[in-house]
Every structure is written in structure tokens, then in C-alpha cells.
Design a protein around this ligand. Structure first.
Ligand SMILES: Nc1ncnc2c1ncn2[C@@H]1O[C@H](COP(=O)(O)OP(=O)(O)O)[C@@H](O)[C@H]1O
Ligand SMILES: [Mg+2]
Length: 1042
């Protein structure tokens, strides 16, 4: 939200149109009625007292205002505080915040808001927070002792306060100093109707617990105390009791010790009690007037409390010791004097207590002298006062306000206009009321009212308030701002309101009529020495310390400075202080006299705006420039916004500023170039510059960050890379070294082996181990020799049937041994064969043939093997008869034997002689030798035999044989193996045909035209005597049991 938007009326009176008093008031009223209590005139803040709590304060708003510039948000006291604080922190300029306005206009509240804002935005930390707490907590304490309810303000400050808050270079608070100005101490003993004494008295009575009251010997009821106005003891909306607790707490926070707090309360109670000391007129018979204490108990109690003899106190209250150079004279005081003395004592005690408290707070918040600091001063002084009956207090208060107005005039109206002139800026002068003349009227060293008052106080002779007035009338008879009955009379004016004992000053804020009564007294501010000495004598440490002048030995006759003089000099110091700082104005305005919310009294506000010179302020502001600065610092601050001025600028400051602003192309109306300073018309331009600068700073910060980060990353990377290279080089080196070492070790090992091997080869002959081979060789040879020789001597018999062979003595000879055995056996067999005769060869050939034919086929074969084939079983050689049987057959008889012929018809057997020749088989009946059957071998087609041991066989003849008609022959021979072998060979020799010999148990025999099936059965073992049984089974079947 900006100032322009959403605003009620105008937020800045500079924008007001037309610029007249009435629209100005209307604008303020409109805003006030819409609860917009703050309005700007440029950088001056106008604050209207809302008389109600508005929801525009607190952390949320503080946070908002700290983040925005002055003109970005609605006018607010926080915005002003923010500008002041930032200027202090960032531009290193000491600040002061001048809060002015009438009593009850809201100055004190404003000062508290400023302080709370600054406390909230400045630095944090334990130390800082405790300083902040102490600074903030000084308020309730000072308000309790220095504020009171007046007709205008329920919480009116009855003292002036200027507080310097000191910061370190970072803007964190370090501490502070509080200066207080002239407490309105007359209030202690007397208050106007409807007003109260200082809050603390009521707070103490209402808030102290019974125990504390007892200790202080106080009664809770306020009506008990003469100094407390009987009519008003309570203020609406103010809780004295709880405030008392807050005050006690605040004192603890600030650093008051328990004892100190107790003593402060004791002194406070003492003041109340003093008020109750009743005096009586004790005029003596000789006419001398005197006074006395009515009720001794009160004084007794006071004496006990402060550790002072009650008689001494009484004496001090009721008499006075006059000291001249030569002697001491004691005079009694009359009743009025005594009362005056009592009240003076009470006022003095209280005001000194107040000063002591301020000093004590200062001690706590003091900053070490060594530290360089920036200062923000907050001035909350009592406001301009016009009462019905104005006295010395109002006079000095108004004087002070007059001075403050002068500061304002000097710094905003006069100085500003003069500056334009100095700087050669075209300027039409704005007229304003300069109150210098009024200040002069009061403070002039010789011709000022204060000076004359002092003079009157010091003057010997009869001095009274009226002589003072006479003098004033003389001196200021022609003064335009001074009036009195006398001057009015001289000008023949008639004024009913002007009393005889009064004079009137036309203050900037209005005419005020002062009654001169008690001016001299109050200015003298005298306390009889007896009283201060009595107080010093008291055993109470705090009280004693409040009256240092009471030390009897150090009595000096020199007068202390008067109250007026003191005040004037402290105001002068204050002014000097304010002039040295950058001022920030808060001008508080009271909207009505009744402390009523929402009420807007135009007349009242008009008076205030008039004397505050707001209209003039707006005029100067409007015509002038919101901001100015010397070229040098300005260039330094905004240099970074220009291309040509950043980062280096070698030209002059002014040229530099022109360059920067030229580049930003600001409108020429906004700027004026003075001789030494640049002027900027509207704050908006300044805030624009600030905003640009802020953004630029961010940019630059980002740039620096970027470069720094880049640099950091780069160096870090380079370092890492370097390290990485180093590590990898070491690692590689190490790896290669290890590898090399391994290879080398292997090479050395191989080398060693090879060398060793070579060496061993060369040296083997010299080695014993070499002998082993030789020995082994030798031994091997020798055992081979032994084996072979042994074998020669131990050869087995040459009998071919003897297969024995000596075993090899060593396994290694096994193969050789077998070879040799084989060799020997073959040799034996060969030799055996070579020795055989042709006949034997023939026999063996037959045997071989028999084996081929029957081995494994016929059971009787194995028996036939060892028996040599004899061929002639009939003794044919020696029997010619038998020779004949052969007939005409050529060649020898191969086989002659007796066989049995089985009759195929009935199975009966009959003997026959069988002769086998080279071409025939001849069967001869043994009984009838002539009957014979000759079978040509070529007609024998097949022979069948059984596999048993029997001698049965069948000759199967070709069908067309000579004896074919008779059929096949079934014969039995005892030498069937030999017979059939020979027949086989004969058939082979004769016909080159291999005779088919089938071994079978079933075969058929041709008989006449038909055939008979023969079936051979193995009979029981025992029955075998070469005999067989043939049984005819039917005509076609013959069963033979063998
Ligand atoms: N900003 C504000 N908000 C609410 N109330 C305020 C504000 N300013 C002043 N007041 C009211 O006005 C009264 C008088 O204000 P104060 O600051 O004591 O006046 P001054 O110091 O000028 O005499 C306060 O007690 C308070 O009730
Ligand atoms: Mg105040």
C-alpha cells in the first residue's frame, strides 16, 4: 500500500490542495474520524491523540514498517522511528526525536512507541536484550515517581525527560543516559482540584502488602494523608495496586537492590508522613510568634523510621539558625514559616529522591566510556501549559517549549531557507513566525525575565514578588510580547482578565498570564540549612545521601544557583545537544480538551496547528527539497548506481553526482544542484534511489558471492585435482613398484631355477645324486642279466604239454617274461611239429578234422580225442578173406569196422562190416559174406548223428543212387567219430565236396518209398553199454533210446 492509495484525505499535507488552514483542518479531522491519527508533513509526523487503543501497534506492525520505506505504508510513528533508526545505523548520524505538544497530546505515549519500536528492531542477544529491558523498564519507574493525574491528562509527565539511547556500530543498544528536567515538586504538597499527587503515593498505599505497610508504618487509606488530595484518589482505568507491582518489578530489572527499593519506599513514606506533621501556632507572651508540633507521635514515628532524634527534627522544623560571619542566631519560626519549612522539606526530599532514582537508573544503563557509539535522543518534555493560575512552573515549562519551537523553526524553517540561499538554489522566501524574540525576552542574560528574577533574588534589601513585577514592568514596558496591568494601563487598554500581580507573555502557542506570587521563593528554592543538616544527621543511608550539603563542617555561605538559572543552563545544554543531531519531529496534537475519543474540536486544533506553524511548515516543505546532502557523501552512497562512477570515479564529487543522477534519468524538477549539496525534491525520489541502491547492493553482493563461490570452488577443485593426481601417481607408482617387485622376484626365481638347473646339469657328474642313475642303470642291467641267465638255466621241459614257466623275479620283467614264455612255447611246438613223421601228421590232421566237425557238438567227442585213429579194427591186413571183401576196389581201405545196422522196418539191429574206401562205403553182412552193399561216396548226400554219446548215425543217400531203391541207412558204430571223419575226408578227396554232417536228435530216414521219422532220446545213464533200443512207433516213426 502506498501513501496515495487507500488513504483518507491526504496522508502528507504537502499534497494538500488548496494549501489553506481550513482544508488542512478538514483533512486532519477527516483522518482523525477515520482513526488515521498520523499525518506527515514531509518527514515531520503529526500525531493526534486518539484517546483509545488502536489496533495499529505491536510486533506485526513493527515487522511491516521495518521492511518498508517511509512512503510505502500509511503514515505511522513506526515509520518515523524506522527512518531515524536506519539513518543512525546506516548513515552514522546521531538522531534526536523531538516530541512536542500540549500536555495530554500524547508525547509520552509517542516516546514509548518509539522506544518499543527501536527495541524491537535493533540487535538481539542476551546482553542486548537485558540492556533493552533496562531501558524500557525505566519508564514505569519514572512515570510512577514523575507522573500524576492532572485535569488535562490522567498520566501527565510532571518532569521533562530527555533520554539518549546509545548504540554500537551495528545498531545494537549499549545503554543510555536519562536527563530529567525540573520536576514539578510543588505537587508534592498541593494539588489543584481534580488532580492527584504523584502516582507512587497511591500505588504504594494500594499495592503494598500488609507486611510492607506495617514496616513502613503506613495506613492503606489515602484519606489518612494530608498531602494526598482527598477528593480524587482513584483514576479511571488505572490500577494503582498492579502498577505498584510493575514498578517494583521494573526496579529489580533495572538493577535496584532489595535494600535500595526498600529505602526508596521508606523515603516516599517519609514524605507522606511529613505531610501529616501538624503544626500549631505557639505565639509567646512576649509577642514573638513561634510554632510547635501538635501531635508528637507523628514526628516520633518519622524519627524512628529515619533514625533521627525526634526532638532534633522538631527543632529543625520549628526554628532556624542564622549564621553570619561572626555568630549564630537561632530564631523560632512562626506557624506559616514552619509550615513552609515542612513543605519545603517534603518537596526537597521528594525531588531529590526523584533525581537520585534517575541517577540510579543511569548508573545501571551507563555505557563504558571507551566505546564508540551512536546516539538516539528521545525528548519527551512537559507540554505547553496554560492553566487558570499559572505560576513559576508553567513559566519555565513554557519557556522550555518556546525553546523547542525555536529548534523547530531554526532547523526546519529558517535553516532550510537559508541553506537554499547559501547553496544558490532559486528560492522565494516563506514567511514564518520566529519566536526568537520571545526566547530572548525570557532568557536574555541581563534583560531577560529569568535574569531579572535572579537579580531580584540576590538583591539585598526588601525583596518580594511585587518588586520583581515592578521591575519587569519597567524593563519591558515597550516589549511587544510582554503585557501587564501597568503596560496595559499605559496604553489605556482595559483587560479584566489581567490581575494586578500578573504579567502576560505572548508565547508562540498563545498568551499566558503568570501570577508572580511565589516566583522569588520558587526560584530561590531554599531549604533552611537546619533541615538539610537534620536530614544529613539521619541514620537512613539514602536520606542522608540526598542531603550532602547538610554536612556541618562543609557549610558554605555561597548560594546555590537558583532554580531558574539551573533550568536555563540545562535547557541550553539540551539545545546544544539537539542541534548537534539530526532532528525527527513528532508534533502531538490534542483533538479535544476532554480526553474523549472521536471528538474533534476544530478551534482547539486550529490553535495548535497555528502555533506549531504547521502551515508554514507545509509551505517550506512544498517549495523546498525533501532531502539534501553534500556531494561527497551522496556520491559515496549512490556511486554504485552509475556505470561511469562504479567501481572507480576519478572526477570531482559534483560531476560524479551529476553523472549518477544523469544516468538514472530523473526528472530535472526533482533535482537541484547547489554549491556544495545536491537537493532532491520529493522523498519518493530518494526512496527510489534507496531502493535502487538496495537492489544494486544485492546484485553486487550476489556478484561478490558468485565470484567468491567460484573462486572457492575453483581452488577447492584445483586442490582436489592436485590431490587426486598426487594420490593416483603415488598409487600407480606403488602399484607398478609392487608389480615390478613381483616380476623381478619371479624372474629372479626363474633365473635362479634355470641357473641352478644349468649349474646342476654341468655339475651333475660331480653330484652323488648322479650316481643313483648310474647305479640304477647298473643294477637294472645286472638284474636283467641275472634274470635272463637264470631263465636259461631253468628252462621248463620241452614237452609241448608242459605249459609251466618260471615267474618273473621283478614286476618290470613281466611283459618280457610273458613274451619269452610265448616265444619258448611256440618254439617248443614248432620243434614238436618238425619232429613229427608224415604218418603222424596224417593222423593229427584227421584228429584236427574230427575236432572241427564234432568238438562241442557231440558228447562222445572228448573221449575220442586221446585215442588214436586206428582205421582197421578188423585186422584186415592179416585177414585175406576180408581183403577180398573189398572187391575190386582201388586203393587202401580207409576204415574197417563192425557196425550195427538198424532195421528200419522193425527197429531191430544186425551186425555188418563196414569198409570205407576212397570211393565207396561197403557194408557187408557178417553172416553172409557175399551180401554186401556198396555205396558210392558221391551218392552220400548227408550224414546225421546225435549229440549224445551214442554211435548212431544215418547215411542219407542221393535219391538216384545205385542203392537208392533201398533208402537211407541207419547205422551204429563204436567209432562213429573216426568213421565219419574219414568219410568226410574221403568225400572231400573224391568229390571235392564237403560232406554235410548234421548233429540232430530228430531226422527222417528214407525207407523204400516213404520215410521214417527217427527220434533219439537220451536214456538213463547206467543203461549205456553201447547198446541202444529202437522202438518202432507206428510205421513212420522210430524212437531210439540211447
Ligand atoms: N497513540 C495513542 N494511543 C492511545 N492512546 C493515547 C495515544 N497517545 C496518547 N494517548 C492517551 O492520551 C493520554 C495522554 O497521553 P500522554 O502521552 O501522557 O500525553 P503527554 O505526555 O503529551 O502529556 C494517555 O494516557 C493515553 O490515554
Ligand atoms: Mg507526558
Amino acid at each position: 500500500m502506498t501513501l496515495m492509495e487507500d488513504s483518507v484525505g491526504v496522508g502528507d499535507l504537502v499534497l494538500l490542495e488548496p494549501l489553506e488552514e481550513e482544508p488542512l483542518l478538514k483533512n486532519l479531522q477527516l483522518r482523525y474520524e477515520n482513526k488515521e491519527i498520523y499525518t506527515y508533513i514531509g518527514n515531520v509526523l503529526i500525531s493526534m491523540n486518539p484517546y483509545q487503543q488502536l489496533p495499529i501497534y505491536g510486533p506485526e506492525f513493527i515487522a511491516k514498517y521495518r521492511d518498508y520505506t517511509f512512503y510505502e505504508l500509511k503514515p505511522h510513528i513506526y515509520a518515523l522511528a524506522n527512518v531515524a533508526y536506519q539513518s543512525l545505523r546506516d548513515r552514522d548520524r546521531d538522531q534526536c526525536i523531538l516530541i512536542t505538544g500540549e500536555s495530554g497530546a500524547g508525547k509520552t505515549e509517542a516516546s514509548k512507541l518509539v522506544m518499543s519500536y527501536v527495541a524491537a528492531v535493533c540487535g538481539k542477544g542476551e546482553q542486548v536484550n537485558s540492556v533493552k529491558e533496562q531501558l524500557l523498564q525505566s519508564n514505569p519507574v519514572l512515570e510512577a515517581f514523575g507522573n500524576a493525574k492532572t485535569i488535562r491528562n490522567n498520566n501527565s509527565s510532571r518532569f521533562g525527560k530527555y533520554m539518549d539511547i546509545e548504540f554500537d556500530f551495528k545498531g545494537s543498544p549499549l545503554g543510555g543516559v536519562i536527563t530529567n528536567y525540573l520536576l514539578e515538586k510543588s505537587r508534592v504538597v498541593k494539588q489543584l482540584e481534580g488532580e492527584r499527587n504523584f502516582h507512587i503515593f497511591y500505588q504504594l498505599l494500594a499495592g503494598a502488602d500488609a507486611h510492607l505497610l506495617e514496616a513502613l508504618k503506613l495506613k492503606r487509606d489515602t484519606s489518612h494523608y494530608a498531602y494526598l488530595n482527598q477528593k480524587v484518589s482513584r483514576v479511571d482505568g488505572m490500577d494503582d495496586a498492579s502498577n505498584f507491582k510493575s514498578v517494583q518489578n521494573a526496579m529489580t530489572v533495572i538493577g535496584f537492590s532489595e535494600v535500595e527499593i526498600q529505602q526508596v519506599l521508606e523515603v516516599t513514606a517519609l514524605v507522606l508522613k511529613l505531610g501529616n506533621v501538624e503544626l500549631a501556632d505557639e505565639s509567646q507572651a512576649n509577642g514573638t510568634s513561634a510554632s510547635g508540633i501538635c501531635d508528637g507521635r507523628g514526628v516520633q514515628e518519622i524519627g524512628e523510621m529515619i533514625g533521627l532524634n525526634s526532638e532534633e527534627l522538631e527543632k529543625a522544623l520549628c526554628s532556624r539558625t542564622m549564621k553570619t560571619a561572626k555568630e549564630e542566631v537561632v530564631t523560632t519560626l512562626n506557624f506559616t514559616q514552619a509550615q513552609y519549612a515542612r513543605d519545603a522539606l517534603a518537596k526537597n526530599i521528594y525531588s531529590r529522591l526523584f533525581n537520585w532514582i534517575v541517577n540510579r537508573i543511569n548508573e545501571s544503563i551507563k555505557v563504558g566510556s571507551g566505546e564508540k557509539k551512536k546516539v538516539m535522543g528521545v525528548l519527551d518534555i512537559y507540554g505547553f501549559e496554560i492553566l487558570e493560575d499559572n505560576s513559576f512552573e508553567q513559566f519555565v515549562i513554557n519557556y522550555c517549549n518556546e525553546k523547542l519551537q525555536q529548534v523547530f523553526i531554526e532547523m526546519t524553517l529558517k535553516e532550510e531557507q537559508e541553506e537554499y540561499k547559501r547553496e544558490g538554489i532559486p528560492w522565494t522566501k516563506v514567511d514564518y513566525f520566529d519566536n526568537g524574540i520571545i526566547c530572548n525576552l525570557i532568557e536574555h542574560n541581563q534583560q531577560g525575565i529569568l535574569a531579572m528574577l535572579d537579580e531580584e533574588c540576590l538583591r539585598p534589601g526588601v525583596v518580594s514578588d511585587s518588586t520583581f513585577l515592578v521591575k519587569l514592568n519597567q524593563v519591558f514596558s515597550k516589549h511587544g510580547y510582554y503585557e501587564s496591568k501597568v503596560t496595559q494601563n499605559a496604553q489605556r487598554q482595559y483587560d479584566r482578565t489581567m490581575g494586578l500581580s500578573c504579567f502576560r507573555i505572548c508565547h508562540y502557542a498563545g498568551k499566558v498570564t503568570y501570577n508572580v506570587n511565589s516566583f522569588i521563593d520558587k526560584n530561590n528554592d531554599l531549604l533552611f540549612r537546619d533541615l538539610s543538616q537534620a536530614m544529613w544527621k539521619a541514620q537512613h543511608p539514602l536520606l542522608q545521601s540526598l542531603f550532602p550539603e547538610g554536612v556541618p563542617t562543609q557549610t558554605s555561605l555561597k548560594r546555590p544557583p537558583t532554580a531558574g538559572a539551573q533550568f536555563k543552563s540545562s535547557v541550553a545544554i539540551l539545545m546544544k545537544n539537539l542541534y548537534s543531531k539530526n532532528p525527527n519531529y513528532i508534533r502531538c496534537i490534542k483533538p479535544n480538551e476532554h480526553q474523549q475519543r472521536g471528538q474533534f474540536s476544530s478551534e482547539l486544533v486550529a490553535v495548535q496547528t497555528r502555533y506549531l506553524g504547521l502551515l508554514e511548515n507545509v509551505r517550506v516543505r512544498r517549495a523546498g527539497y525533501a532531502y539534501r546532502q553534500r556531494y561527497g557523501p551522496f556520491l559515496e552512497r549512490y556511486r554504485l548506481l552509475g556505470r561511469s562512477t562504479w567501481p572507480r570515479w576519478n572526477g570531482g564529487d559534483r560531476e560524479g553526482v551529476e553523472k549518477v543522477l544523469g544516468e538514472l534519468s530523473l526528472s530535472s524538477e526533482e533535482l537541484a544542484f547547489g554549491k556544495t549539496k545536491i537537493f532532491i525534491r520529493s522523498p519518493k525520489t530518494l526512496f527510489y534511489l534507496e531502493e535502487k541502491r538496495r537492489l544494486r547492493l544485492q546484485q553486487l553482493a550476489t556478484l561478490i558471492q558468485k565470484i567468491y563461490r567460484g573462486w572457492r570452488c575453483r581452488t577447492h577443485y584445483q586442490l582436489m585435482r592436485k590431490s587426486q593426481i598426487l594420490i593416483s601417481s603415488w598409487f600407480r607408482g606403488n602399484m607398478q613398484r609392487k608389480r615390478y617387485a613381483k616380476i623381478k622376484a619371479s624372474v629372479v626365481l626363474i633365473q635362479a631355477f634355470v641357473r641352478g638347473w644349468k649349474a646342476r646339469k654341468d655339475y651333475r657328474k660331480y653330484f652323488r645324486s648322479g650316481a643313483a642313475l648310474t647305479l640304477a642303470d647298473f643294477i637294472y642291467k645286472s638284474i636283467t642279466q641275472k634274470f635272463l641267465l637264470g631263465l636259461r638255466n631253468n628252462l621248463p621241459s620241452t614237452n609241448v604239454l608242459d605249459r609251466t614257466w618260471p615267474a618273473a623275479p621283478y614286476r618290470c620283467f613281466n611283459t618280457a617274461n610273458q613274451e619269452l614264455q610265448q616265444l619258448f612255447y611256440r618254439w617248443k611246438c614248432k620243434r614238436f611239429r618238425d619232429r613229427l613223421s608224415p604218418k603222424q601228421v596224417e593222423i593229427l590232421k584227421e584228429k584236427l578234422c574230427a575236432s572241427e566237425l564234432f568238438k562241442g557238438k557231440k558228447a562222445s567227442y572228448p573221449q575220442s580225442v586221446p585215442i588214436p585213429f586206428c582205421g582197421d579194427y578188423l585186422g584186415l591186413q592179416g585177414n585175406p578173406k576180408l581183403q577180398k571183401l573189398k572187391g575190386g576196389e582201388e586203393g587202401p581201405v580207409l576204415m574197417a569196422d563192425t557196425v550195427k545196422k538198424v532195421n528200419r522196418g522193425n527197429g531191430k539191429t544186425s551186425s555188418r562190416i563196414l569198409l570205407l574206401t576212397k570211393g565207396h562205403v561197403i557194408l557187408i553182412d557178417t553172416k553172409k559174406s557175399q551180401a554186401k552193399t556198396v555205396i558210392g561216396l558221391d551218392s552220400v548226400a548227408e550224414v546225421s548223428v546225435t549229440s549224445f554219446k551214442d554211435g548212431l548215425f544215418s547215411l542219407h543217400l542221393n535219391e538216384i543212387s545205385s542203392v537208392g531203391s533201398r533208402g537211407d541207412f541207419l547205422l551204429v558204430s563204436e567209432h562213429v567219430i573216426e568213421l565219419l571223419t574219414k568219410m568226410y575226408q574221403a568225400v572231400l578227396d573224391a568229390t571235392q565236396r564237403q560232406l554235410l554232417i548234421s548233429v540232430t536228435e530228430k531226422f527222417s530216414v528214407r525207407f523204400k518209398e516213404s520215410s521214417v521219422a527217427v527220434k533219439v532220446i537220451q536214456g538213463p545213464e547206467g543203461d549205456r553199454n553201447g547198446k541202444l533200443k529202437c522202438k518202432k512207433k507206428g510205421s513212420r516213426c522210430l524212437e531210439v533210446t540211447v
